[in-house]
Design a protein around this ligand. Structure first.
Ligand SMILES: Nc1ncnc2c1ncn2[C@@H]1O[C@H](COP(=O)(O)OP(=O)(O)OP(=O)(O)O)[C@@H](O)[C@H]1O
Ligand SMILES: [Mg+2]
Length: 176
């Protein structure tokens, strides 16, 4: 009998606009997969947090050090798996992250502006003012056919969304 070679576990980026449930679902997903979870917000330099708190959207030069730091975490995980929340709204941001890990899998949490606005309105004490939601939807570039990933609707409850996310993973990695 040959010893089983452990399968490489992908790193998953949970993407979507603010309020789509990245932190909620990402945390559940990491728990269910038994891998570490990282929060994109924690990779922002203080200047970015100050800018967002003042109600100003970040530009791409603000985002560069943030994406670099997330990419470093992803690269460090290698094929041991991990889940990281990151809005990753634009293709070029996803390309930056993929450059550090070609097998990266993107899980897009997708919902209507109305549903997500209602969730943001219910959420208090968070640095993202809900007025920035419209600009997030404008910036959103959906996954393209050549990008490894899946779209999961956010209409149900968090556990239901986590179930759908697990089922959408390559090789049904979560179906154990
Ligand atoms: N499926 C759900 N059903 C009901 N409420 C939800 C669901 N998912 C998340 N929420 C709630 O909606 C709000 C937004 O979710 P969350 O903070 O996870 O979004 P996010 O994408 O991480 O946002 P941000 O980009 O601003 O960090 C939270 O108050 C959360 O508790
Ligand atoms: Mg979050």
């Amino acid at each position: 009998m040959t010893a089983a070679v452990p399968e490489p576990v992908p790193v998953i980026v949970v993407m979507g606009v603010s309020g789509s449930g990245k932190s909620t679902v990402g945390g559940l997903l990491a728990e269910r997969l038994g891998v570490p979870y990282a929060e994109a917000d924690d990779f922002h330099p203080p200047a970015n947090i100050a800018k967002m708190s003042a109600g100003h959207p970040l530009d791409d030069s603000d985002r560069a050090p943030w994406l670099d730091a997330i990419a470093a975490w992803i690269a460090e995980r290698g094929d041991r798996g991990g889940v990281v929340s990151c809005s990753a709204l634009r293709r070029r941001y996803r390309d930056r992250l993929r450059a550090s890990a070609p097998g990266l899998f993107f899980l897009h949490l997708d919902g209507s502006p109305e549903l997500i606005a209602s969730r943001l309105a219910a959420r208090m004490q968070h640095f993202m003012p809900s007025g920035l939601l419209a600009s997030q939807f404008e910036a959103l570039e959906p996954l393209e056919p050549d990008e490894a990933g899946a779209v999961v609707p956010v209409t149900g409850g968090p556990q239901q969304i986590a179930d759908a996310a697990l089922a959408a993973l390559p090789g049904h990695a979560g179906a154990v």
